[in-house]
Design a protein around this ligand. Sequence first.
Ligand code: PLP
Length: 471
Amino acid sequence: MSADSPPLRTEQPPFTGRTTKEWQAADAAHFLHPFTDHQALATKGVRVITRGEGVYVWDSDGQRILDAMSGLWCVNVGYGQEALIEAATQQMRTLPYYNAFFQTTTPAATALAERLAARTPAQFRHVFFCGSGSEANDTVIRLVRRYWDVMGQAQRKVIVSRLNAYHGSTMAAASLGGMAAMHAQGDLPIPGIVHIDQPHYWAHREGAAKDLGREEFGLLAAHWLEEKILAIGADKVAAFIGEPVQGAGGVIVPPSTYWPEIQRICDRHGILLVSDEVVCGFGRTGRWWGCEAFGSKPDLITFAKGVTSGYVPLGGVMVGERMARVLIEQGGEFEHGYTYSGHPVACAVGLANLDVIERQDLVTRVREDTGPYLAQQLAQLMEHPMVGEVQSCGLMAAVQLCRNVPLREAFAPEIAIGMVCRKHCFDNGLVMRAVGDRMIVAPPLVITRAQIDEMFGLVRQALDRTHAEAH
Ligand code: PLP
């Protein structure tokens, strides 16, 4: 350190040593944030979140905010759960790290694998661990290709995904995803990944869905997969991947006909089905897994986020027996793995998280109580002059903003109405996310009815203010 360098700051949690302005200056100087326009951020200054409790977080100015997005769809058991904190602390003391390579394991990793197998549909007995949802979906590509190689069908390489899907941000996961803005940067998708359109009834209202009911449209959208398979040649298609409910795409709840028909099409052509449950897993839909809510029987399930409620990073792939038996009995060494595959601290937190979900019976609560209650409150928003459609599944929901409701007419894109609404939410103590003109929520699964009421009170205020500003 040179004589004129500023002294090093060594704050420890709860980091009370600096003002908001000081944090903002340090952040602007050094932190490149994910999915962020830094010039836009600099004009306003980053918001500094300093602590959380239950369904609330607080910022560095002391404002309490109802976190209706569970962090980033992950803090399912809410903030401040002692059992998870204790599990991490104990595991760190006992064994903070050991790898799962070279014929070793740790009790935490093996116990979590066993526990997940018991909580997953019968066709699953095995899990591969990694550090995130993106890594889980990258792993899917490697697993699928390896499986077809071992099966003597190495020509089956193509994975079909959907436009507006989100499967992560690595080169492969962003390619599997169907986000146009991501594909526009960095020459994506990589070869071997193709996309079909999404089962988004509202988005297709003036096109493919124009004269169809929702369920009819669901069948039509599923058949886009079959058309694609036939165009490529069924013997070249390896797998189809989809989120049961597209989360980051805007909480697109598919018609109930969609997934069963997708399943029939995959079965007919011998194609593997991958359910990306990074958002939908661990009770979000009111079932342990989204595929159980929508009637598909996937060969692979990817998960992350809710497995530890986001307290520490962990992801993984549940591998169905059809694939696992082939890979284990005929595949030899699978040349793939991560330093943090089966990280013992993450797995210990995962086990404690599953304990909380089970002890509080959160999955049943979402299915039978808070999910239906949220749907009821949401339905009342249809009276609002700016709401064109509402959709929900368990504790994830979308509100479609609309300029002219009877005509189902959209706002001009330059108004960025979703961002206007998001700002009103944030300023008023509510985190709600904007996906284009669609406002979405996915609150912690521990949310109570009273807190759902509070959330909708804040949503209504934000809608009123947005309406006043836009008209
Ligand atoms: N899959 C889905 C459905 C997601 O929503 C996400 C993240 O939001 C991912 C994968 C990627 O997970 P991660 O950000 O942990 O890499």
